[in-house]
Design a protein around this ligand. Structure first.
Ligand code: IMP
Ligand code: MG
Length: 186
């Protein structure tokens, strides 16, 4: 029999309904903001793979403003639950972003080191504007201050999985955000 991922869950932190509602709210905020900017007839969502994929799909579907999507992949964690601090670009954007209105779409801000690096890297490419949208944030773990323009939920200092977020590449398919039982990590 296939392994039951649901049996590994200790607690659901953010439910499917909460995720859906907050995503619609963020999309409405983005529509309102860019609808009011002269010359911002188009925006570019840059998703940070892999963790962003589910949030990105739902957010993109909920945004009415014309937008394109592109993706980057960076390495930070490997199979461990601790950040290495070192960020490396594994997959870069397909197109130049100079003069574009860009929103980075992240799954979670933990130490903030990944976004700090990405932000600097993307600003150097001279976008017209650069905003940050993160589904989750763990304030207790931040090592650097990141200006977040759109935030889904704050979560406690726990390793979370689901809705795109993994532990050792599993649990991404869970439709909610949850904490795993301690024995799963050992
Ligand atoms: P940061 O650079 O420490 O902010 O970490 C950013 C990246 O680490 C996120 O984009 C996630 O991919 C991963 N990460 C951080 N915390 C968690 C977690 O609780 N669950 C799953 N992935 C996490
Ligand atoms: Mg990530």
């Amino acid at each position: 029999m296939a392994r039951d991922l649901y049996a590994d869950i200790q607690e659901v932190l953010v439910s499917e309904e909460q995720l859906n509602q907050r995503t619609q709210e963020i999309a409405a905020e983005i529509d309102a903001r860019y609808g009011a900017i002269d010359g911002a007839d188009e925006i570019l969502l840059i998703g940070v793979l892999k963790g962003c994929y589910m949030f990105m799909a739902d957010l993109s579907r909920a945004i009415k403003h014309p937008h394109r999507v592109d993706f980057m992949a960076v390495s930070s964690y490997g199979n461990s639950t601790k950040t290495s601090g070192a960020v490396q670009i594994i997959l870069d954007l397909q197109k130049d972003i100079s003069g574009k209105h860009v929103i980075i779409v992240e799954d979670i801000i933990d130490t903030g080191l990944t976004l700090q690096y990405l932000r600097k890297n993307l600003i150097a490419r001279r976008p017209k504007s650069l905003e940050i949208c993160s589904l989750l944030s763990k304030p207790a773990r931040h090592k650097v201050e990141i200006p977040v323009d759109y935030l889904g939920f704050e979560v406690p200092d726990e390793f979370v999985v689901g809705y795109g977020l993994d532990f050792a590449q599993l649990y991404r398919n869970l439709p909610f955000v949850a904490i795993l039982k301690p024995e799963v990590f050992s």
